[in-house]
Design a protein around this ligand. Structure first.
Ligand SMILES: O=C(O)c1cccc(C(=O)CC[C@H]2O[C@@H](n3cnc4c(=O)[nH]cnc43)[C@H](O)[C@@H]2O)c1
Length: 213
């Protein structure tokens, strides 16, 4: 049985594994770290779905799959930049429509992507448990951030989570999602990015959780 770590972008990979070079197989970049495979999926729902599906089709011994990376936190979440969290429920929040400034997810108009338009992850003890929204249209205004947050009550936002969770569920694979908060959502002028702190804390978590040095 094996473990695999999925990371959305090469930028994130290079901050976490600066000395480990990547190979390419036409679908994704990957590397081996001891007995763990690391897959760089590409940004967003489509890329993570292609990469994870291809990986699981070709590796039938996966026991645990981890999606790790950075994420934005909604202002009202109480989270700080640099916090590392374990995601429980992850919503396809922007698959839907907006009517009179009210956001309806696809499940509310009879076309659910999956049950309740969300996927559910296993969680890691010792980290803050949060719910997440997965978006293609980033919440780059305070108004949109509020719309997303109020819809599901999620604390954080990423671009891959719910899609990854759905692929893992289809393959019956135990999935985990660990994110380090790099910025706040909303108005791009006030997002307060701190990439360095986010990756320092994420790397520390990886070291203790998966014995990755
Ligand atoms: O600017 C940099 O140096 C840099 C270094 C590493 C990664 C990045 C990214 O922008 C990665 C994009 C990645 O991060 C997630 N993310 C982060 N903040 C948010 C957000 O506010 N809303 C949605 N997604 C966010 C996302 O999952 C992307 O895959 C930059």
């Amino acid at each position: 049985m094996s473990k695999v770590i999925f990371i959305p972008t090469k930028k994130e990979y290079e901050k976490l594994f600066p000395n480990l070079s990547l190979e390419y197989n036409n679908f994704y970049y990957y590397a081996k770290y001891n007995d763990i495979t690391i897959v760089v999926t590409g940004i967003g729902k489509v890329n993570v779905s292609i990469s994870a599906t291809h990986y699981f089709c070709n590796h039938h011994d996966v026991e645990e799959a981890y999606l790790i990376g950075i994420a934005g936190a909604y202002r009202e979440s109480g989270l700080n930049v640099g916090d590392v969290v374990t995601v429980e429920n992850d919503f396809f929040v922007d698959e839907g429509l907006i009517e009179d400034n009210y956001l309806k997810m696809l499940n509310e108009i009879g076309f659910a992507i999956c049950e309740d338009n969300k996927t559910v992850f296993k969680t890691v003890d010792g980290l803050k448990h949060v719910d997440a929204n997965t978006v293609s249209l980033l919440s780059s205004t305070d108004q949109l951030a509020k719309l997303y947050k109020n819809k599901t009550g999620a604390s954080i936002e990423s671009m891959e989570g719910a899609a990854f969770g759905l692929v893992c569920a289809k393959y019956n694979i135990n999935s985990y999602q660990i994110r380090s908060i790099s910025n706040y959502c909303g108005n791009r002028k006030h997002q307060e990015w701190n990439i360095k702190l986010a990756f320092k804390n994420l790397k520390n978590t990886l070291c203790s959780l998966l014995s990755v040095k």
